[in-house]
Design a protein around this ligand. Structure first.
Ligand SMILES: [Zn+2]
Length: 434
């Protein structure tokens, strides 16, 4: 290795051991499996206290509930859980060790060789999109949805092979929640496959539809999750700053709005919070945030350009394909007029996804299989913009690593998702969506 590149490597490493970065050294994760509805209620009340960081908001009988606890509170937490009859099993000893594994960089880096062995920073993703636009000038255009709270471009690519007058259009939304790093890593993979794959079925999907793909719709939050706080979820709006001391949380928790609760469809009806310290803070009003406004305006613009058939959001984690609307369950799911088609398309996609690595995804509305929520982006796209085929993927895994998914799982995750999307498109065309 030449001296210059060694120096560069030292500089890169120095960035990642920045003293600003919140350390999760010795933070513990406990798993509790509620056995009765009473257990569920108790855990929900602990959740409401905001004192501990829940890795998932799904709290149901017989499902894993993972709770992260500060090192000095771990024994108190375990004793408290036992005193109220809950068995809290320690599943992660040191959260920081998983974060370190995710931040690992390849020893020799070459900007020409973008790959999916590690999690790319915002700058790397943006530079890469510029490069592929230069490499494929006939097909790829850079798209600009607007500016984030901190003034960053919300940037993506448009992939258009056929240059039709009124094309069939699809939109993939990634990285709305900052800490869900597998989401941007999936979308950059899909972009790359649409440009370079030789698989006939992938080529069909790439070329039949004009794709608008935005890997990081929350650029400020994504960057912040690399530089300051790995567990950051929201955007970085400081307008609602307040003290979070009464919940034993750092005040910085109030510097952000949950973008996936900020959209103007049944905003703040359920599953969202008006407390700026909460992970699910929906903002002071619907569409208070530039990022959610930018996405919504972009979607309305696409509908004027052609036949916008697809909107798919990518989140993590839970192995699910969610169908709108997120607040309805049981027979009420039929509130989405084409729920039957959406369900069939998603189930076929999940079956195909399973064939590659035996990963099992479940399908349903969020209220049915996860939790009730309103104000999410994809519900607005379905309910207000009336886009026909709207889905939300909850990617790998089931909580073993959660948001801290090891980089070795990026490519397997991406391959199985590609399988699902190809199959879903096949079924959608069979039904007659385009
Ligand atoms: Zn999410």
């Amino acid at each position: 290795m030449k001296f210059k590149s060694k120096l560069l490597l030292v500089l890169i490493l120095a960035v990642y051991v920045n003293a600003e970065y919140i350390s999760y050294k010795d933070y513990k994760v406990f798993n509790i499996i509620p056995k009765t509805e009473e257990d569920v209620d108790i855990i929900k009340s602990i959740h409401k206290e905001n004192k501990y960081i829940f890795w998932s908001d799904k709290i149901k009988v017989d499902s894993d509930v993972k709770i992260m606890v500060k090192p000095d509170e771990a024994s108190d937490f375990k004793n408290y859980a036992e005193s109220i009859g809950l068995n809290a099993k320690l599943v992660i000893q040191n959260v920081q060790s998983f974060i370190d594994a995710q931040l690992k960089r390849p020893l020799v880096r070459n900007s020409q060789q973008y790959n999916w062995d590690y999690y790319q920073t915002l700058e790397e993703i943006y530079d890469w999109m510029d490069e592929i636009a230069e490499e494929h000038p006939d097909v790829v255009t850079i798209i600009d949805l607007g500016r984030s709270v901190e003034g960053r471009v919300i940037k993506g690519v448009k992939i258009d092979y056929k240059k039709k007058e009124k094309p069939v259009i699809g939109f993939y939304e990634g990285g709305l929640h900052a800490r869900e790093w597998i989401s941007p890593a999936t979308l950059t993979w899909l972009i790359n496959e649409f440009l370079n794959s030789n698989d006939r079925k992938v080529r069909e999907l790439a070329e039949n539809v004009v794709w608008h793909i935005v890997p990081v719709t929350n650029p400020d939050g994504y960057k912040y999750s690399f530089t300051d706080n790995r567990m950051w979820r929201k955007n970085r709006n400081t307008a609602n700053f307040t003290s979070c001391a009464q919940w034993n949380l750092d005040d910085d928790m109030s510097n952000g709005v949950d973008l996936n609760r900020n959209f103007g469809y049944l905003w703040m009806t359920t599953g969202a919070s008006q407390n700026p310290c909460a992970q699910t803070f929906a903002g002071p009003v619907a569409f208070s945030e530039p990022e959610s406004i930018a996405i919504a305006n972009y979607i309305l613009g696409l509908q004027r350009e052609g036949n916008l058939v697809y909107y798919i959001g990518f989140h993590s984690y839970s192995h699910m394909i969610l169908i709108p609307y997120s607040h309805v369950k049981g027979a009420d799911v039929l509130e989405a007029d084409n729920y039957g088609d959406l369900f069939e398309i998603a189930v076929k996609g999940a079956e195909k996804l399973k064939e590659r690595y035996n990963t099992t995804y479940s399908v349903g509305t969020s209220a049915d299989i996860l939790y009730e929520v309103t104000g999410s982006g994809f519900d607005w796209v379905k309910g207000a913009a009336r886009v026909p085929l709207v889905f939300l993927f909850e990617l790998r895994d089931l909580g073993e690593y959660g948001f801290l998914l090891p980089p070795e799982q990026i490519i397997p995750n991406n391959k199985e998702v590609m399988d699902a999307l190809v199959e879903m498109d096949k079924v959608a065309r069979q039904i007659g969506y385009y």
